[in-house]
Design a protein around this ligand. Sequence first.
Ligand code: G3P
Length: 474
Amino acid sequence: MHILAIDQGTSGTKAVVTDETGRVLATAEEPLHPEYLDGGGVEQDPRELLGSVLTAGRRAAAEAGVPLAGVALANQGETVLAWDRRTGEPLGPAIVWQDRRAESVTAARSGSSARVAELTGLVLDPYFSAPKMRWLRDHRTTGGVVTTTDTWLVHQLCGAFVTDASTASRSLLLDLDAVSWNAELLDLFGLGGEELPEIVASDAVVGTTTAFSGELPVTGLIVDQQAALLAENCLDAGTAKCTYGTGAFLLAQLGDVAARSKTGLATSVAWRLRGETRYCVDGQVYTAASAVRWLCDLGLITGADQLDTVAAADPGGVLCVPALAGLAAPWWDASAAASLTGMTLSTGRGHLVRAVLDGIAAQVAALITVTGDDLGTPLTRLRADGGLTRSRVLMQAQADLAQLPVDVYPSPHATALGAAACARLALDPTVSIADVVGGWSPAATYEPVWSADRAAEHLGRWHTAARATLTKES
Ligand code: G3P
């Protein structure tokens, strides 16, 4: 059974055709060009998003040249747009998850943060969808519907008006235990009058599309991070992965209990499959490949492939807190700004590049610690995927700073493979979740070479630098 799985991400869209063993027959990628605006705005052109899905999907389908059984779609999670339900036309740009302009929306509701956390498992922060939906209504348009991008893309493909449970759980509008829209939360954000999509499982077939090759069922709808968690076989409670993409996202499996975080992480639906809901906790580094792109924009490197050749063996005393789009868990300070400290006249570009990589690894290490605190047992290994796992310097820094082995997933397509696994469950009632995921051997394992004392000393200095970027008490 061949699945066309589309990973609609922040920096690009990737389409993969895969068979039931997870073998990849064809891939196609289309870059995207988010706009970074003054004041923390990040926008995308919905037409470019849709165009990239269609172009990448058609290219991969044509290259594979095999009959397809269905189309799966992983999405960015919290990116929203307004659109006309009758014509399907977008009513303006998409507001990307990295966009911080809805901070005013969350600040005005700060008195409700404990109640919001109790109901949703999330923190009242502009990262999530509902504050962006409110901001969009206040500042852009009152017309049409306002939804996450998955709902719009699926509507374009097959006419359905749906979102899956994992995406809904990133909204601040979902009762996490009941997995249903919550009227109290809708009222809180003034979104009570909105038409909301039906919440479906990740193995629901929501319609058919002729957009790619013949008439194909549309299914396998899931947030990209959760898709990677599934692909990396994080099925047992306590297993964790970090995807180093546009941002870096650490997710740990919780099982069937939506335990609220005690350490400032977010609790979400991992997926709803085979009639059962699984939950996860997650911590976020908003800028990973985004920080690397920023290094490129500054002219320090020409691309991510230069990271390891340019990065110095050590950062020469330079420390970076890569808060280029604010800080998420466990600080939750959308106004925090990135810092580079400790520079002297002898600081070169190699030190700066190295400091940014170390800064990403230090922030993930901080998330690994609080995840262990939350689970009540420290993480002992980390599974890793995403484009930046190609940087040996970053992966070694991760192992050193977190003081655990890092297993790099053997395929660069974890997210697409996770979405394809959901589609397979939808289309073949005889297979189990374990069957569609399967085991894997790491492409590489990075063992810590630093001593625990050296790691603790570095992280101590990094935490001091991180605290200095905060604009509010955390
Ligand atoms: O929460 C946003 C995240 O899911 C986006 O993923 O792959 O675009 O960094 P990515």
